[in-house]
Write a new protein. Structure first.
Length: 245
C-alpha cells in the first residue's frame, strides 16, 4: 500500500482515502468538484481574463500587496500557478453557467417571480379566537392602532416591532399567509384567520415587486446551476460510488 499523507503518527494510504472521505462526509464535496471540473474542462480563457480573474481572487481575499499575497500562498501551501488555476476555475464556472442557462433566465424569472416579490405587512397572532376578533374590530373601527395592539397582544417576535414584518420575499411566510398577502391591497385589513395553532390578523403595508436586475440575474443563474448540480450528484450517488476497494 502506498503512503500518501502523514498526520501526526498516522500514515494514510491511497487505499484509505476514499473510506476516510466517506467517513467524514466529504465524499459528496469531492464528487461535486469533480463534476464541475468535467463540466468546464473544454472552456478556455484569454490571458487578459486570467489576469483579471487572479486580481479579483486576491481582492476578494483582501490581499492587496505582493507581500500579503506571498504570505497567504505560503500559509495555504499554494504556488502562484495554483492560485491562478483556482481563480480561472471560478471564471470558467461562470462561463459554463452563462452558456448553459443564460438564455433561460427570463422564463425562469417569470416562473419564480411570484415567490420573489417582497412584502411589508403587519401581523398580530394569538391563540385565542375571541381576542383576535376583538383586536380586528378595534383596528377596523379606529379605536386603537395596529402598532399599539400588536405590541400589547401579539404572541410572536413581531410584537417587538409593533407587528411590522419585512420586507420579506413571499417565499418566506407560511404558504397560506403568503397567499393572503398576494391577493391583498396595501392598507387592506384582513379578518382573523386560523393558521395552525394561531389566529392571525394581518394588513398588507407595501408590495415590492422584484426587478430582473443584474444581481437577480446572477441569483437565478446560481439557482439553476445548483439545481443541476444536485441532480448530477444524486445520479452519481445512485450509481453507487465505490468507497473501498
Amino acid at each position: 500500500m502506498t503512503a500518501i499523507l502523514k498526520v501526526g503518527d498516522q500514515t494514510i494510504t491511497a487505499e484509505e482515502v476514499i473510506p476516510l472521505l466517506a467517513k467524514y462526509q466529504l465524499l459528496p464535496q469531492l464528487l461535486r468538484e469533480i463534476i464541475i471540473d468535467q463540466a468546464i474542462a473544454t472552456l478556455d480563457c484569454t490571458d487578459e481574463e486570467k489576469n483579471a480573474a487572479s486580481e479579483q481572487f486576491y481582492t476578494k481575499n483582501q490581499l492587496t500587496s505582493q507581500e500579503e499575497r506571498q504570505a497567504w500562498r505560503d500559509r495555504q501551501d499554494l504556488t502562484l500557478e495554483q492560485v491562478e488555476e483556482l481563480a480561472v476555475r471560478g471564471l470558467k464556472l461562470e462561463k459554463f453557467k452563462q452558456a448553459t442557462w443564460g438564455h433561460k433566465i427570463e422564463s425562469y424569472f417569470l416562473k419564480r417571480k411570484g415567490r420573489l416579490d417582497r412584502v411589508i405587512y403587519s401581523l398580530i397572532r394569538t391563540k385565542e379566537a375571541a381576542i383576535a376578533q376583538e383586536l380586528y374590530f378595534r383596528i377596523q373601527e379606529g379605536e386603537q392602532s395596529f402598532n399599539e395592539l400588536a405590541r400589547d397582544y401579539s404572541q410572536g417576535p413581531e410584537a417587538q416591532t409593533g407587528g411590522l414584518v419585512g420586507p420579506v420575499e413571499l417565499s418566506t411566510p407560511h404558504p397560506t399567509l403568503a397567499q393572503m398577502l398576494t391577493v391583498s391591497q396595501p392598507g387592506q385589513l384582513l379578518p382573523p384567520t386560523r393558521l395552525g395553532d394561531w389566529f392571525i390578523v394581518i394588513r398588507l403595508e407595501k408590495f415590492l415587486p422584484v426587478q430582473l436586475d443584474d444581481p437577480m440575474r446572477q441569483r437565478l443563474l446560481d439557482e439553476m446551476f445548483t439545481t443541476w448540480l444536485k441532480e448530477q450528484l444524486r445520479q452519481q450517488i445512485s450509481l453507487g460510488t465505490p468507497v473501498q476497494s
